[in-house]
Write a protein that binds this ligand. Structure first.
Ligand code: 5RP
Length: 222
């Protein structure tokens, strides 16, 4: 199976996972990226069975709207029953690296408001130790060099993701060469650097379930 076929399979599995719980007044949290896009396309088939969605990016909001799924401002919603999103890496405890698509801050906010975070990913994303994928950090533009120097002190090798501005008007530093053996501690330390908006470690609030697309079928990790 190709990577896209695996992503499509987990998107379908996520739909099957949430389907029994859908209610007409329910609002769902929806992530960003190619796996989330497959999920949005699958979700469109059952759009009459729930109320609408909160999106973690402008791109996902556009895709939802194209399918005729109402998109809500998060400030008008008190709780989301599910948040469905992809990841760049996951360990066996469902600590994640996210932000390859530069949407990490909104993703983290939507995840924080969600009762259950259903992560969907192909098997290439499951790793023993996080950090092979460069860790994205969203930074206030004027703090870029300061934050980069602080990240070097933490043992990383930050690279400015040129030509990318986040939906929040900020920039991204991708931190290479980190072996993240204590994700909660690293997430906290990086977030304490002045000028950091947030980083792509989802460890203080990891996923609740990981649906992993493999050649043998979709596996569920909790
Ligand atoms: C976007 C993300 C995505 O979830 C992550 O990059 C995975 O993307 P894809 O599903 O395209 O592999 O965090 O900011």
């Amino acid at each position: 199976m190709t990577q896209d076929e695996l992503k499509q399979a987990v998107a379908k599995a996520a739909l099957d996972y949430i389907l029994p719980h859908l209610e007409s007044d329910m609002i769902l949290g929806i992530g960003t990226g190619s796996t989330a896009n497959f999920f949005i396309d699958a979700l469109a088939e059952v759009k009459t069975r729930f109320d609408g969605a909160v999106a973690s990016s402008e791109a996902s909001a556009e895709r939802l709207k194209k399918h005729g799924i109402p998109v809500y401002d998060l400030n008008s919603v008190s709780e989301l029953r599910f948040y469905i999103d992809g990841a760049d890496e996951s360990d066996a405890r469902l600590n994640l690296i996210k932000g390859g698509g530069a949407a990490l801050t909104r993703e983290k906010i939507v995840a924080a408001v969600s009762r259950e975070f259903v992560c969907i990913a192909d098997e290439s994303k499951l790793v023993d130790v996080l950090g092979n994928f460069p860790l994205p950090v969203e930074v206030i533009p004027m703090a870029r060099s300061h934050v980069a120097r602080e990240l070097v002190k933490l043992g990383g090798d930050p690279a400015y993701r040129e030509d990318v501005v986040t939906d929040n008007g900020n920039v991204i530093l991708d931190v290479w060469n980190m072996s993240i053996t204590n994700p909660v501690e690293m997430e906290t330390k990086i977030n304490q650097i002045t000028g950091v908006v947030t980083n792509g470690l989802f460890a203080s609030r990891p996923a609740d379930v990981l649906l992993l697309g493999t050649a043998e079928g979709v596996k569920t990790l909790k």
